[in-house]
Design a protein around this ligand. Sequence first.
Ligand code: AKG
Length: 199
Amino acid sequence: MARLELRGAGIFKGFLPPPEQARIVEEVRQILRAAPLFAPQTSLGRPMSVRMSSAGRFGWYSDRAGYRYVTHHPGGAAWPDIPAGILRIWDEVTGLSRQPECCLVNWYGEGARMGLHQDRDEADFSWPVVSVSLGDDGLFRIGSRTRGGKTESVWLTSGDVVVMGGAARLAYHGVDRIRFGSSRLLPAGGRINLTLRVV
Ligand code: AKG
């Protein structure tokens, strides 16, 4: 496993070996059985191309009223617990005794992308954000705390883990595109990204 650094974010290439990736995908399926994917809207009422769900005490949600954490899936049920294998990734890469309260599941189908944004809906930015990539390759772009500043990109492949902490915690970042069908982990193609956060 190689650890790279890109604009202050730690990128653990190949952190999860293939059998572990398959186990984590099973845990994601378990989350999605209890809390099916839905298509959030931006605050301008536009549908996002990425579909989402969550696990944990809080789930991330967005509609015309804005971006926020909520305690229930839009279908009405409380979010399921964050599965143990996913929590273990957080423990291993952060070494922190506090665990995340939200695991956001992002699902990228063909053509899906995520525009540059900062993660700033949390109360305390001293906790890192940990992101896990599974399935198809995604072109991840990261800049600084200033919108419109210089950015750099890296292809994230299945099993990579990114830690955005310290100066990188509020860096603008996003996913410009995926290489649909580039991985065999998900039989129907697509990319799953999990982000773990203390809310
Ligand atoms: C987010 O959930 O805030 C992301 O930026 C996800 C990034 C990714 O899909 O790699």
